[in-house]
Write a protein that binds this ligand. Structure first.
Ligand code: PMP
Length: 286
């Protein structure tokens, strides 16, 4: 059975799922998206994902057609049509078809696209042994230029950093902000553990407010782990006891090296493992 893709209320076979080459999503990265995970047929934190999508839309003057309930129903319809229960869901809203000029007002119909597919995760070995990261020379977008809180289709900032990571043999790269503080990775948020406390950069460090990040902060509170949202530097990562990343696709993944320095004892740490276990239990509804 061909994979079905949702475009503006209709399901198309993957090969027939097409949009205009004049769509400003393609021409300029003018649009927004969400990346979500379904576990046993149910999307994890669909509400917060849709809230973030609507907030991104507001920030870029984009009117999403329909309501959040209708969007949730469309996501579920696409998952069911593809008979997928454990899946990755990509929800995209582009500015729509316009001219070759920048004028967004000429794009009258935003396009809603929903792609669901099997999850392609980091290889299992990274969950067991931890990731090796490098710091990218490319800094995260300045919030006053294009706020990282907007999950826009313009991912070139992150892609450039990811290329730097790949060229250094790493699957993820650390991005600093314009102040030289740790921001996040190219597609994941970052946490460190120092003296029994959890630290993660605050939203105004210029990061995406990750849904997984928020879930981990809440889990930490439940487990009696103090979690501080406060700025820290690359040096703090070098000298921390543990480090891990969070994201809808990656879930909770340990980091054991940064820029050729071992973190802690160079193995995934106990708090990382505890939070990973708690997150797995949460997404599986137990
Ligand atoms: N930061 C960036 C830049 C991202 O693209 C993502 C999502 N892939 C994340 C953080 C993690 O966010 P979430 O937990 O909502 O998936």
């Amino acid at each position: 059975m061909a994979l079905k893709v949702f475009i503006n209320g209709e399901l198309f076979d993957k090969d027939d799922a097409k949009i205009s080459v004049f769509d400003h999503g393609l021409l300029f990265g003018d649009g927004i998206f969400e990346g979500m995970r379904a576990y046993s047929g149910k999307v994890f934190e669909m509400g917060p994902h849709l809230d973030r999508l609507w907030e991104s839309a507001r920030a870029i003057h984009l009117e999403i057609p329909g309501t959040k309930d209708e969007m949730a129903a469309a996501v579920n319809q696409t998952l069911q049509a593809n008979e997928l229960s454990d899946a990755y869901v990509r929800l995209i809203v582009t500015r729509g078809t316009g001219t070759l000029g920048l004028d967004a007002h000429l794009c009258k119909n935003p396009q809603v696209i929903i792609i669901t597919d099997k999850i392609s995760l980091y290889p299992e070995k990274f969950y067991e042994e931890g990731l090796d990261l490098v710091t990218a020379a490319t800094i995260r977008n300045h919030p006053a230029a294009l706020s990282p809180r907007v999950k826009s289709l313009n991912y070139l900032n992150n892609i450039l950093a990811k290329i730097e990571g790949a060229r250094a043999g790493c699957v993820e790269a650390l991005m600093l902000n314009h102040k030289g503080e740790v921001a996040e990775c190219t597609g994941d948020n970052i946490f460190i553990v120092r003296k029994g406390k959890l630290l993660t950069p605050p939203i105004d460090a210029g990061i995406l407010e990750g849904i997984t990040r928020n879930a981990v902060i809440q889990l930490a509170a439940k487990l009696g782990i103090e979690c501080l949202e406060q700025p820290f530097t690359r040096h703090d990562v070098f000298v921390c006891d543990e480090c891990f990343l969070t994201g809808s696709a990656a879930e909770v993944i340990p980091v054991v090296r940064l820029d050729d320095r071992s973190i802690g004892d160079g193995k995934p740490g106990p708090m990382t493992q505890q939070l990973r276990k708690a997150f797995t239990a949460l997404v599986h509804g137990s």
